[in-house]
Design a protein around this ligand. Sequence first.
Ligand code: SOE
Length: 381
Amino acid sequence: MIRTLNVGMIGHGFMGRAHSNAYHRVNQFFNVPFQPVLKSVAGRVKDTTEAFARRWSWERAETDWRRIVEAPEVDIVDVCSPNNTHCEIVLAAAAAGKMILCEKPLAINLDEGCQMTAAVERSGKANMVWFNYRRVPAISLAKQIIEEGRLGRVFHYRATYLQDWTISPGVPVGGPATWRLEKAVAGAGVSGDLAAHNIDTAIWLNGPVARVNAMTEIFIRERFRRDGSPARVEIEDVCSFLARFENGSNGTFEATRYARGRKNKNSFEINGEKGSIYFDLENMHQLQYFSHEDLPHLQGWRTILVTGVEHPYMANWWVPGCVTGYEHTFVNALADFLNCLEKGERARPDFRDALETQAVTEAVLESAQTESWITPAALDP
Ligand code: SOE
């Protein structure tokens, strides 16, 4: 019998829409043992929160997130408010014994991430962080190809996350979406926002990062707030780093919001002894694969159209050849969470996984500052 789970969501921006869509869709496309009920959504401004609640069929709109955390009927607290609010909300939700889903990056720094992880682990309740790209079918297929041993020993991991939306000096600091440019709210710039996605995927596909050597830059240091007052930019616009993985492979990573023409180019290439794979989010239904084990005269990069019933998640969607997109990754993630909940398994990436990513992000920033190789902080078990 399908059981209901009451969800209270805090924040209703871009991610609030992605998550709401997932709550509505998951039971239509996946046979999962639970049905999320969209109980209440919280936002700071009454009118816009109520309008959001109406549009996405949330039963209630709140202007104080504490009412969600304290509501006895809420089973899951979903945190998709700006980064600097994550810690306080998560600590309160964990103390109230709620299951917690949290947007990435986990925290504004490693110290807060450690407190949050300790709190959810103490509570013993299920938790997950929405690093949604693991649930792109083509990236899950890459994981399968690696686990099947088709790449062999890995030599290189090469990742980029390229966007171009902050090139204009007219982009303000603070407010909807552009809070990402405000250090006190975002914590970090592209390292926490974009490279964190690459790091999460890299750790998943290629194992732990042993050390990093990074450089960062702020290209536009003076901007304006929405009210016209001047604002000094303190978050990094670009971050590039070298990484050594524990498995002995070398990595290069580049994340920027200054790559003119690149809108959301989250890509990686992995080169192994027996083969290589390449993925680019701007063609997210495809995975490129080269096998050195093919007959020599047939060797070449092949493009796998990841839409078949044999591909991860795709049996739940449309018929072969019909592609899925960005929003489906959140539905896939939620389906995994609900299935893991039933089985009593960790839904990955959970807070502990995201903390590992946070430690690498922090090492990247420290490395850029000190111009030296940095080993990510060892995390308490
Ligand atoms: C930044 O522009 C952003 O919205 C990120 O915050 C998301 O995590 C990313 O997936 C899309 O780009």
